[in-house]
Ligand binder design. Structure first.
Ligand SMILES: NC(=O)c1ccc[n+]([C@@H]2O[C@H](COP(=O)([O-])OP(=O)(O)OC[C@H]3O[C@@H](n4cnc5c(N)ncnc54)[C@H](O)[C@@H]3O)[C@@H](O)[C@H]2O)c1
Length: 363
């Protein structure tokens, strides 16, 4: 296969963790005889320093033409005081919007040897293997009107949560399709006892469910899900929800794994050509640029390497190669290869690049 991947290292630890993932991609290319054409593009603070803006329009066009994008992280204190519209994170927002990425996937899988690093009891987190699918481009973060004003009784403010059926349908269908490739369970999260948007959400989920008779569906209210995610996370497979609920619950779910450095994500858009199953996607670890760790080889590149596995699977259709990457990460951890954040006291952690090399050597 000959595919094009845009690489956006970004800021802070971004360049180190993407370099570690690219070492793994190199190993995949040699082992399976693929050619991956890589184009490096600046984003975030890096782009502000080089070009004066967090993402240039011409670079967005380069991203649109690529098969997939692998990103490190953006941001850092040196760009905190510039005008809001030009901050590093604006580059990410422009990228998500420009590529029409409507679904954010965050898998949380706990490696058996790392269950003790979670702040939640090992017996609860052992064997957890779930994916949260969050609607990314609708809901209260984008609804109009949104404003604050004052009247004779004092200050007041309004935000608007709005969903069109098509926005719900496409993300819910994606969640069911994903469940089909896994343990065939979908939990749909809403607040249908209070919100009209949630009642529409539930209605549409119930309409789509019969198309997937092999997938089990349950509806869970968002407040109940907040509890169940930490009490019985092992019960869930694919969990789908609207934007703001997803923003909050994905952060809660990330705690289960023990270190933020372990977790990947994918933001997906429409399928490329009908029936191909392949989607344009942006793949990045869930963490930020960890400025205080930058340049020291201390960052855990696992989240970025597992994001690369998601890229191979969802945007390039390379299932076997994706599984090889997942297994190589698991085998490195099982053999005691640990970065600083997940090492046991008294053991010697490896650097970011050595972890990447350890995974690459197992492909
Ligand atoms: N998607 C993104 O690019 C993204 C996401 C969140 C925050 N940010 C930006 O990143 C900067 C730092 O933000 P923050 O400190 O709130 O969040 P952060 O995720 O960068 O760091 C939070 C904590 O996790 C640790 N950590 C992060 N990545 C790690 C890794 N790979 N291995 C081991 N430990 C790791 C950090 O050292 C820190 O203690 C800010 O400028 C923020 O705006 C960017």
């Amino acid at each position: 296969m000959n595919s094009s991947i845009v690489v956006m290292p970004g800021d802070g630890v971004g360049p180190e963790i993407t370099a570690a993932a690219l070492a793994v991609l190199d190993a995949v290319a040699s082992r399976y005889g693929h050619t991956f054409r890589l184009t490096e593009v600046a984003i975030g603070g890096d782009a502000i320093d080089k070009h004066g803006v967090p993402l240039r329009p011409e670079d967005l066009r380069v991203c649109r033409k690529a098969d997939a994008i692998l990103l490190g992280a953006v941001g850092g204190p040196q760009w905190d005081n510039i005008e809001v519209g030009l901050r590093p994170e604006r580059g990410l927002l422009a990228l998500r919007k420009g590529l029409g990425l409507f679904a954010n996937l965050r898998p949380v899988a706990v490696h058996p040897d790392l269950a003790s690093t979670s702040p939640i009891k090992s017996e609860i987190v052992s064997g957890v293997d779930l994916v949260v699918v969050r609607e990314l481009t609708g809901g209260i973060y984008f609804g109009k009107p949104t404003r604050q004003w004052a009247d004779s009784r004092g200050r007041l403010a309004v935000d608007t949560m709005k969903y069109r059926e098509q926005e719900v349908e496409r993300v819910v269908r994606l969640a069911f399709e994903l469940a089909r490739t896994r343990r065939k369970q979908v939990a749909s999260v809403d607040k249908s006892n209070v919100l009209s948007t949630s009642r529409l959400w539930r209605e549409i989920v119930n309409e789509i469910a019969p198309e997937f008779p092999d997938v089990t569906l349950e509806h869970v209210l968002v407040d109940a899900m907040a509890m169940r995610l930490v009490r019985q996370p092992g019960r869930f497979d694919v969990i789908v929800m609207e934007n703001m609920f997803g923003d909050i619950l994905t952060d809660e779910a990330s705690v289960i794994a023990g270190s933020i450095g372990l977790l990947p994500s994918a933001s997906l858009g429409a399928q490329k050509g009908s029936g191909s199953g392949r989607r344009i996607g942006l793949y990045e670890p869930i963490h930020g640029s960890a400025p205080s760790m930058a340049g020291q080889g201390k960052a855990n590149p696992t989240g970025t390497i597992l994001s690369l596995a998601m890229l191979l699977r969802s945007s390039l259709g390379l299932t076997e190669e994706a599984e090889a990457v997942d297994k190589a990460v698991s085998s490195a951890i099982a053999n005691g290869v640990r970065t600083y954040d997940i090492s046991e006291p008294g053991t010697s952690p490896v650097s970011t690049s050595d972890f990447g090399a350890a995974v690459a050597s197992r492909i």
